[in-house]
Design a protein. Structure first.
Length: 306
């Protein structure tokens, strides 16, 4: 694993009940072993390697020479993902798991598209089985047609907003058009941008902004002809309301009380690694490819340019 930061191995520990990091997900997979950590910060890298009972390397080439891993995980800062992909590829790992966004320049983008190594990008909600069921129901129109949807997010268009765009693409199909109306710098150098968009199965999508300096939020509210569906708690809970007859005013319809269901988002990282093993075994095709990630980032770029 390249990068010993929070998502790599800092959010939890080997004995945590929750699996919140790549290191922990690897530890819990019976087909995998964490061979090494690579990090430019020697103190942090050595500390985390000791905590996760693995080896530390400061040099990528030395690690590949001595360890020869089948899988490489890129969990470095956002702006370095493209550089890391291009640095890792010549060593010929069987698969690369990369954090989003790819954030490549036009020159890097051309080089990345030429890579022939399978790459799985961690758009985590694609690995949640409850989201997969919701997608099937929407595409089969089990809830009727979508009337509109509203997403709200914080922490940058490409950092967290890309999760919202990827979830919208996953549930509603490809984006057809978009317009930006609001911008807020609530996290680093990646501004959060709000606006409206049209997707294949969602004629009216509103993208709203929170402010990470106050609190983080990630929610999606979907209105259909038969239900209201709200994805809350960062994606850990889905709230359903049915369309029912108004008990007071005859001839009118309202929404029922909410019914709550837990998603499997907390199992998304273990499911990602189970999926990666199945891809290597030839049993599955990647469900979150590099091409998919670049399409999501293209949608973010289109919004930012309007």
């Amino acid at each position: 694993m390249i990068g010993a930061g929070k998502i790599g191995c800092g959010f939890d520990s080997p004995d945590s009940l929750e699996i919140l990091t790549h290191a922990h997900a690897v530890l819990k997979n019976p087909r995998m072993k964490l061979l090494a950590l690579v990090d430019s910060d020697a103190q942090r890298g050595q500390q985390e390697a000791k905590r996760w009972k693995t080896k530390y390397y400061s040099d990528l080439k030395e690690m590949f020479t001595k360890e020869r891993p089948d899988i490489v995980i890129i969990a470095t800062p956002d702006k370095t993902h493209a550089l890391m992909l291009l640095s890792v590829a010549p060593f010929g790992p069987k698969i690369i798991i990369c954090e989003k966004p790819i954030t490549a320049s036009a020159e890097e983008l051309k080089k990345i598209k030429s890579l022939r190594i399978p790459i799985i990008v961690n758009f985590s909600r694609r690995f949640d089985s409850k989201m997969q069921v919701l997608r099937r129901d929407i595409f089969k129109k089990n809830f009727g047609n979508i009337i509109s949807a509203t997403g709200i997010y914080t922490k940058g268009l490409f950092h967290n907003g890309s999760h919202m765009f990827d979830l919208a693409r996953f549930l509603f199909g490809e984006m057809k058009s978009c317009s930006a109306y609001f911008q807020k710098r609530d996290w680093g150098g990646d501004p959060s941008i709000g606006g409206v968009a049209v997707f294949e199965h969602c004629p009216e999508f509103h993208l709203r902004l929170g402010d990470a300096r106050a609190f983080a939020i990630f929610e999606l509210d979907i209105l259909t002809e038969k239900k209201r569906i709200r994805i809350v708690d960062e994606g850990r809970t889905i709230l359903f309301q049915d369309v029912v007859a108004d008990p007071l005013y005859k001839g009118f319809k309202i929404l029922s009380r909410e019914q709550s269901k837990k998603t499997n988002l907390d199992r998304a990282l273990p499911e990602l690694y189970k999926h990666a093993v199945n891809v290597l075994d030839g049993k599955e095709i990647s469900s979150s490819t590099l091409d998919n990630a670049l399409t999501t980032e293209e949608a973010c770029t289109r919004l930012a340019r309007t």
